[in-house]
Design a protein around this ligand. Structure first.
Ligand SMILES: *Cc1c(COP(=O)(O)O)cnc(C)c1O
Length: 220
């Protein structure tokens, strides 16, 4: 009951053009089923094996997003079903995703992760690196991936001004890059603590976990 209520409360604060990804990492399949029964279809996980297990157990019309940092050697386990990979941070990883997607005759949607946070622990590419990947000759040969946008995570801080600046910088870069790469329509930014701010700063996709499912037992 609680999950359903949380979900409905959050849905009311999200405009129609923004996609809600319910981040279910560490939570049992029964929690996902509860959100599913309340109408949610898009779920995000950050560990490939955990997502595979849940995919096998749960209804097949769920859209699964991989939001965590990718281990290249595990891409093959999700290539037959993953809908969107948020955390791509190298050309090498794109090549591996393309290779695995090809085996299943699929095109896998990807977001390039930009590093906007000041923390060392956050992964991601600089804006310059994103441009060089998008403009590399090699990218055109990868027919089984489609880069559909950018993803970013803000610094974990109470300093709203800093988070605002980080979101604004990604929004501005996304706007600029979209002019020459028009298929990059998605801007994935915002989590439980900062999604409303992210939406005012142009986010089109928010990834919300604890505000829907409650706090996690361990830091995943
Ligand atoms: C865990 C996680 C989220 C969701 O975090 P909450 O604060 O629980 O909403 C969003 N994005 C990524 C990449 C995550 O790893």
């Amino acid at each position: 009951m609680m999950i359903k209520d949380n979900l409905h409360t959050i849905q009311k604060t999200i405009p129609e053009h923004v996609t809600l990804v319910a981040v279910s990492k560490t939570k049992p399949a029964s929690d996902i089923q509860e959100a599913y029964d309340a109408g949610q279809r898009v779920f995000g996980e950050n560990k490939i094996q955990e997502m595979v297990g849940k995919y096998e157990e749960l209804p097949k019309d769920i859209e699964w997003h991989m939001i965590g940092h990718l281990q290249r050697n595990k891409v093959k386990y999700m290539a037959h079903f993953v809908d969107l990979i948020h955390g791509v941070d190298s050309l090498k990883t794109l090549i591996e995703i393309n290779k695995q997607a090809q085996k299943h005759s699929r095109v896998i949607n990807c977001l390039l992760q930009a590093k906007i946070a000041k923390e060392e622990s956050k992964f991601g590419l600089s804006f310059t690196e994103i441009e060089s990947i998008l403009n590399s000759p090699e990218i055109k040969t990868l027919e089984n991936i489609k880069i559909v946008g950018l993803m970013g995570m803000s610094t974990f801080t109470n300093n709203e001004e800093q988070v605002t600046q980080e979101f604004e910088s990604l929004y501005e870069f996304h706007k600029k890059i979209k002019e020459s790469h028009t298929h990059l329509t998605i801007l994935s930014m915002g989590m439980s603590g900062d999604y409303e701010l992210a939406i005012t700063k142009g986010s089109t996709m928010v990834r919300i976990g604890s505000s829907i499912f409650g706090v996690r037992n361990y830091n995943a």
